[in-house]
Design a protein. Structure first.
Length: 285
């Protein structure tokens, strides 16, 4: 039986050439999303009807003067960055003056070699101090290579030991990673285990008084995370395209890894850029 193709709003061409993201509905009524990964691979994802969809109107999403703008009856956006020791010494006063309204700071990372050593980001405390002194709201993230719940809890503990909940206006983010360009200790970790690690991490952080969030891209939403089990966790979605490809609800969008921001050394030409979809206080419906 032939499949019936339904081209939805997100079918706008968001890649160069003729590539596009679109949803098709098959004969059984299942929705299949066709998308492209960050590495250019074409993939499909069965959309789970149990996972909440976003309600952003991407006809309102425009790129102007080197940044996105968005405004509708329900949402507006704020502009931010995420940084680590890779950005070296940051002048947070200049960052603020350049229009940055929030920041996510890497607080710790686990090495992806066999030993999986967990380390504090050497610039974290300087970045936290600089951002807060200049009135920039912050959240933190841990680059995880946890292979089980015990290691995920260890990653939660290093956050608890180094930052207080009241210093963070934004969430603590669990960022599990698969290392595509090299062998990694997480190569054989299943999606089921990654989901268990995430649940354990978030539960410990919430118990300690922190807000939590998950970092994900299309691959993670499709092949690793059980988003039904994680339905209460906000998503920080990474996708370096003109229109986010995911059909699912997300709060923050990391849209570039090649940005430039005043106050970050000029030799560093690859700052991550983000937007925050903020719900208006009295949204019209």
């Amino acid at each position: 039986m032939k499949k019936i193709f339904l081209i939805l709003l997100i079918a706008a061409s968001i890649f160069t050439g003729c590539n596009s993201t679109y949803i098709e509905k098959d004969a059984e009524g299942n929705e299949i999303l066709h998308y492209k990964t960050a590495w250019g691979d074409k993939e499909t994802m069965l959309i789970n009807p149990e996972v909440e969809r976003h309600d952003y109107d991407f006809t309102k999403l425009k790129f102007k003067k080197k940044r996105f703008i968005y405004d509708d009856e329900r949402y507006e956006i704020k502009h931010g960055i995420d940084v680590s020791s890779h950005e070296k010494d940051i002048d947070w006063k200049l960052v603020k003056e350049d229009g940055v309204e929030f920041a996510f700071l890497r607080i710790a990372f686990r090495r992806y070699g066999e030993t999986g050593k967990l380390e504090l980001d050497q610039n974290f405390h300087a970045n936290l101090k600089g951002a807060l002194e200049n009135g920039i709201p912050v959240g933190v993230y841990v680059f995880s290579q946890a292979i089980n719940e015990e290691e995920a809890l260890e990653e939660a503990q290093i956050i608890i030991d180094n930052v207080k909940p009241q210093q963070l206006e934004l969430p603590v983010v669990f960022d599990p990673e698969s290392i595509r360009w090299d062998e990694s200790r997480t190569d054989d970790v299943t999606g089921e285990q990654f989901t268990k690690n995430t649940i354990a991490f978030c539960a410990k952080m919430k118990k300690a008084g922190y807000k939590t969030m998950i970092y994900a891209n299309m691959t993670w939403e499709n092949k690793f995370f059980d988003l039904v089990q994680l339905k209460d966790e906000p998503i920080w979605f990474a996708d370096y395209v003109k229109i986010p490809q995911t059909p699912y609800k997300f709060t923050f969008w990391q849209y570039s890894c090649t940005g430039t921001i005043k106050g970050i050394p000029e030799r560093k030409k690859s700052v991550d850029l983000d937007v925050w979809f903020v719900t208006k206080e009295n949204p019209a419906r």
